[in-house]
Design a protein around this ligand. Structure first.
Ligand SMILES: C[C@H](CCC(=O)NCCS(=O)(=O)O)[C@H]1CC[C@H]2[C@@H]3CC[C@@H]4C[C@H](O)CC[C@]4(C)[C@H]3C[C@H](O)[C@]12C
Length: 324
């Protein structure tokens, strides 16, 4: 499972948890402007916006899980198994494979108006990367500043939803998650009052009781509600450090400790990495399951006119600052 978030403070931040029980050797990956991007059906972008994000490289091609371009447009793919349907090639549309989707949008769009324009012509078609790398059943969140969209290719076509919450999790469809928030409208970050009965002298006996009823489990629908709740509270971080810190706390509220989510074969799904991008500055911060120190990679510090892919292996080993 995964959770993605976009977050406005005095800056605009975007990131996600990647929850899985194995890894594809993903690395922080910079695709500079002149790295030729070849698409299966829509030609080639010889130059394009530079992109930073988490990707696995296969046959020289960056397969992004989540990324941000030099203009701040950001995108993440999250599992959507059983609901994601990619359709056969369709004449007259921009036929883009799901594995090309992030590159196609981030390579060309500098704001949400441009994203919407490209989306109106897009057909996510069923072209796998290769025999060994089949289609991944994903849905997507696309954000620019505080605007956010969810894109879901389902049995009856491509759905584009406005995302007023700025959160995405996994199954089921986005509209379900959005509607389900109504069930939690009584949950509050403030001190609760007794609405139960005037006849009973009920009172809060501990801090934090306003959030009673917030689902604490790791299911996709509960993670959506919990991330949304933590995100929309009244606290407003100021500056880069407070913003990045609070962003990771939102993701931590929905992260998966090993042992809690069993998958087949006695394995456990866990939060492999959590990321937070300052989308205006192009700084990709991340931490991994075992290394909770933050590592940062800056897009602007590289030669963005290069034509070579740049990869930073993840720092996965725990770093401890020892006092004595
Ligand atoms: C599995 C991950 C989602 C995490 C998640 O949500 N886990 C939940 C389980 S649950 O079902 O919700 O319980 C997703 C997110 C991004 C994906 C890669 C995207 C590029 C590339 C596309 C190719 O076509 C196939 C290989 C490829 C490397 C993909 C592998 C895998 O699919 C990745 C890592």
């Amino acid at each position: 499972m995964c959770t993605a978030v976009n977050y406005k403070t005095d800056g605009f931040y975007f990131g996600r948890n990647l929850d899985l029980h194995y890894s594809y050797d993903e690395k922080v990956t910079i695709t500079p402007r002149n790295f030729p991007l070849k698409f299966r059906s829509v030609g080639e972008l010889k130059n394009h916006y530079a992109i930073i994000g988490m990707a696995t490289e296969m046959e020289g091609y960056p397969l992004y899980y989540d990324a941000t371009n030099e203009k701040g447009v950001s995108m993440a793919g999250l599992n959507f198994p059983g609901n994601a349907v990619f359709h056969p090639f369709e004449e007259g549309k921009d036929n883009v494979s799901p594995f090309e989707f992030i590159l196609w949008i981030l390579g060309q769009c500098q704001n949400m108006a441009e994203v919407r324009k490209l989306l109106s012509k897009i057909h996510l078609y069923d072209e796998p990367f290769s025999k060994d790398v089949p289609l991944a059943p994903l849905h997507y969140m696309i954000a620019y500043k505080d605007e956010s969209l969810v894109v879901e290719s389902v049995a009856d076509g491509l759905k584009i939803h406005e995302n007023p919450v700025g959160v995405l999790a996994n199954n089921p469809e986005f509209t379900y998650h959005l509607h389900r928030l109504n069930d939690f409208m009584q949950v509050t970050g403030k001190t609760p009052v007794n609405l139960f009965s005037e006849k009973l002298p009920l009172k809060p006996y501990s801090l934090g009781m306003g959030s009673m009823g917030l689902p604490g489990d790791l299911s996709s629908s509960s993670r959506f509600v919990r991330a949304a709740f933590v995100k929309v509270q009244d606290y407003e971080p100021k500056g880069e450090e407070e913003s990045v810190s609070q962003f990771f706390h939102i993701l931590d509220a929905v992260s998966q400790p090993k042992g809690c989510t069993e998958v087949e074969g006695g394995h456990f799904e866990y939060t492999i990495y959590s990321s937070c991008v300052n989308t205006e500055k192009g700084i990709y911060y991340y931490k991994t399951y075992d290394n909770s120190s933050l590592t940062a990679v800056s897009l602007q510090k590289e030669n963005l006119d290069s034509d070579k892919l740049l990869q930073y292996p993840l720092r996965k080993k725990l770093v401890v600052e020892r006092e004595n």
